[in-house]
Design a protein around this ligand. Sequence first.
Ligand SMILES: [Zn+2]
Length: 227
Amino acid sequence: MLRVTAIGALAAAVVVAGAVAGGESPPSAEAAAAKPPLKKKLIPYPKSRKRDMAGYSKRHYGHFKWRLGSPKLVVIHYAEAGSIGSIYNTFAPNHADPEFKEKPNVCSHFAVSAGGGIFKLVPTSTRCRHVVGLNHVAIGIEHVGFSDSDVLNRPAELNASLKLSQWLRCRFGIPVEGVIGHNESLGPLAAPYYKELDPRFKGQTHGDFDKASMDRYRSELQKLGSC
Ligand SMILES: [Zn+2]
């Protein structure tokens, strides 16, 4: 029961936010795809880190490249962190990642705070390591929080996240189904783009944002309209 009530509150919050943005009438698709306010908080990404990213791409995808040319997916994460500062401090230093002991360090392109602030950490033209098998085609969005429901049940954070996803997917011609959770990285929506040459990495994923959570997220995203 509590869960149903939470979903109802969530839907109401999204509708209210839309009404505020668009006046009395529902927001047009054009308004829905508008660029949300972004706060720049770029992590250091010098030539050495680009070289490391290109080397990673060579080992895992077969080409020496750090640029993200034409993104096909937006991947949703929660950071297991309580603040944007904590996310920034995790991504900023370029040491080997703790999980696989490889450089460059992990990062995501954006991070959304509990209060709905959107922070740009890395340009979308640059690759980040945030999802095994898909870093050559995926933009990453981190969220402050420790569970899917932390994010889904905070209207300010969820609304900001949806606006960011809508803007990104419209900018790069990505369908709603191209906005996936980290936990869906081995699933059917990611399958057309999945590539992993290193057997140690093949089949790896994380628990954040499973299909059930993303079905809720995508149904809210759908309400923002077509591009
Ligand atoms: Zn993740």
